[in-house]
Design a binder for this molecule. Structure first.
Ligand SMILES: Nc1nc2c(c(=O)[nH]1)N[C@H]1C(S)=C(S)[C@@H](COP(=O)(O)O)O[C@H]1N2
Ligand SMILES: [Mo]
Length: 335
């Protein structure tokens, strides 16, 4: 077996090899390569390979590599719940910018260029501005958070994210006394995001999400830049996405280009589209059904016809520590 290992900074191999070949070759390498192969890999790639042996290592931006070296691994775990295989987490996605089917994001997002990237921070903040990802997280430590992800469509996964505390970042840009909500916006790129140029799409782009400021400050809310020990695949919201594990997946907005502190409650995309089905809060709640299906159970992926793997859904997706945020709220009205 002759394998040439490109330096982590080079993307040449992926440019000239069809992705399926490239990926399977890299995963083979990761599993069977053993010491000889990993010894030749650059430092960052080696850390990734040893942690998640079945995940292909990919070239990552320098700032990510530097942060990865100091990662607090398993800062939050999901007890003894089994991690969803990387293959499922990266090929069963909702990312309507790249198409409406679960396989569309993986198919259509792979060539999407996410570098360089910047995030506009504006509204009710003392330190507005356009931040590079490097600037955005300079003083923060990367943490691995293993979270359950519960989609409003009643399937779920367990994903090891790599990210930063959203609250720490918000504190650094200094919300004013007027700031009550945080509004997030996904990139608009009609040329390269096939879902945005489709005349069948009902969504009024950009995709928008929002949180109350106290929800955004909760230590469980993170901005994720990676998963399974590597940078985020494009289809999972590279280079930067929100993860709010106690809420339905649609709150966890992908590929963020703008974060605004606002006085008014933002109108989020799914609420705008179907207000009787999707609300602003979207807290996971087995007692409040979707008008068209029950939310009492979920299909934990991987799941199949023969092994559906249906489990009970838990209030706040099992994250009881957020309950005090909603003590004043009627969760039935504020779905
Ligand atoms: N910009 C954007 N963000 C998005 C979506 C989307 O279509 N566009 N889908 C949401 C939904 S419905 C879910 S369940 C999660 C899925 O995240 P995953 O593909 O990483 O599992 O992303 C959320 N974030
Ligand atoms: Mo979802």
């Amino acid at each position: 077996m002759l394998i040439q290992i490109p330096p982590a900074s080079s993307s040449r191999e992926s440019d000239v090899t069809p992705e399926s070949v490239y990926l399977s070759r890299r995963s083979l390498l990761a599993v069977a390569g053993g010491l000889a192969a990993t010894a030749a890999l650059p430092r960052v790639a080696r850390a990734e390979v040893s942690r998640y042996a079945d995940v292909e290592s990919v070239a990552a931006p320098t700032w990510f590599g530097e942060k990865l070296a100091g990662t607090r691994w398993q800062a939050v775990t999901a007890g003894d719940e089994v991690l969803t295989p990387f293959e499922d987490a990266s090929h069963y996605n909702n990312f309507y910018e790249f198409g409406p089917d679960k396989g569309d994001p993986a198919r259509n997002a792979s060539q999407y260029k996410v570098e360089p990237w910047s995030v506009l921070v504006d509204g009710e903040v003392a330190k507005p501005g356009r931040y590079s990802l490097d600037d955005l997280f300079k003083p923060q430590q990367l943490e691995e958070r293993i979270y359950r992800l519960r989609c409003v469509e009643a399937w779920s996964m367990v994903i090891p994210w790599l990210g930063f505390s959203l609250g720490d970042f918000l504190s650094r840009v200094e919300p004013t006394g007027q700031a009550k909500f945080v509004r997030f916006e996904t990139i608009v790129d009609r040329e390269r995001m096939v879902g945005q140029s489709s005349s069948f799409s009902l969504i009024d782009w950009p995709y928008v999400e929002g949180l109350r400021l106290d929800e955004a400050m909760h230590p469980l809310a993170i901005l994720a830049v990676g998963m399974y020990g590597r940078v985020l695949p494009n289809q999972n919201g590279a280079p930067l996405r929100l993860v709010v594990p106690w809420k339905y997946g649609f709150k966890s907005i992908k590929s963020i280009v703008r974060i605004s502190l606002t006085r008014e409650q933002p109108k989020n995309t799914w609420q705008a589209l179907a207000p009787n089905e999707y609300g602003f809060y979207a807290n996971v709640n087995p007692a409040v059904d979707h008008p068209r299906w029950t939310q009492a159970h979920e299909r934990r992926l991987p799941s199949s016809l023969f092994s559906p793997n249906v489990i009970p859904t838990r209030l706040f997706n099992g994250y009881d520590e957020v309950a005090s945020l909603y003590s004043e709220l009627d969760l039935r009205k504020n779905y």
